[in-house]
Design a protein around this ligand. Structure first.
Ligand code: SF4
Ligand code: SF4
Length: 94
């Protein structure tokens, strides 16, 4: 299981979710952020932080955004190196 980011994130990208993720498993996409399905520990911390309610447990993604489940998984396919999203704080250390 994983959490999925759906359509409402597009164009918002405020990164509130990134700041609270304990395992840094939220990655930069060209249009939205994506949650790594294997790194996510299903803690749920990100869900209430999203101002536009774009984040759902995989099994609770609304039907209208079901395609975002596939989109999220596909983003991490192919062994391509992805960039972890930076939070609003912005200070990357290390
Ligand atoms: S559920 Fe937890 S581990 Fe998964 S993306 Fe959200 S904050 Fe990160
Ligand atoms: S908090 Fe919501 S809108 Fe903001 S970056 Fe995360 S998923 Fe996108």
């Amino acid at each position: 299981m994983t959490y999925i980011i759906a359509e409402p994130c597009i164009g918002v990208l405020d990164r509130g979710c990134v700041d609270v993720c304990p395992v840094d498993c939220i990655y930069e996409g060209p249009d939205q952020l994506y949650i790594h399905p294997e790194e996510c520990i299903d803690c749920g911390a990100c869900e209430p932080e999203c101002p536009v309610a774009a984040i759902f447990p995989e099994e609770d993604v609304p039907q209208e955004w079901a395609s975002y489940i596939k989109k999220n998984y596909e983003y991490f396919e192919g062994g391509v190196e992805r960039q972890v999203a930076q939070g609003r704080g912005g200070q990357a250390s290390g």
